[in-house]
Design a protein around this ligand. Structure first.
Ligand code: 4NP
Length: 158
């Protein structure tokens, strides 16, 4: 059975769509399924932010077909690994968890790499530069996740 990974941010239009697109691009789609969702519903049904679409496109990744959706309780059950972009998302998602097993699935995305940054900053109110920074922070973490997932056929902790 495929390993299921969920990327979570607040709006599901800037950071988590990038994380979904970047990790999808790095894994075998028959072995790893990647999705994304937001903790907020402000942009429900919308395509990713044009600035996220643009920075992804500059890096050879098309995320324009994604649509914003809200995190559900079912997501906590269905996914094997849930990566959140910042501490606010982290506390929100933990608050929705009903079991210790669900809580154990939730980690800060940048926690997978040894970096000074623990949070992927919210680029929504900034300029294009912020989106470029965010893209590269996410890419580095996703490379580690992809490497670990590809090594672990049993789908244990990446
Ligand atoms: P995201 O960025 O969480 O990376 O998708 C945001 C998008 C929209 C808003 C906040 C953050 N908003 O307040 O509408």
């Amino acid at each position: 059975m495929a390993t299921k990974v969920l990327m979570v941010c607040l709006g599901n239009i800037c950071r988590s769509p990038l994380a979904e697109g970047i990790l999808t691009n790095m894994v075998d789609a028959t072995k790893v399924l990647v999705d994304s969702a937001g903790t907020g519903s402000y942009h429900l049904g919308n395509a990713p932010d044009p600035r996220s679409i643009a920075v992804a496109k500059e890096n050879g990744i098309d995320i324009s077909g994604q649509r914003c959706r809200v995190l559900t309780e079912r997501d906590l059950e269905e996914h094997d690994f849930i990566y959140v972009m910042d501490k606010s998302n982290y506390h929100h998602v933990l608050g929705l968890c009903q079991t210790k097993e669900q809580e154990n699935k939730v980690n800060l995305l940048l926690g997978v790499t040894d970096t000074e940054n623990t949070e992927v900053p919210d680029p929504y109110y900034g300029g294009a530069d912020g989106f470029n920074t965010v893209f590269h922070l996410i890419k580095e973490a996703c490379a580690t996740i992809a490497k670990n997932l590809n090594q672990k056929e049993d789908g244990s902790t990446p």
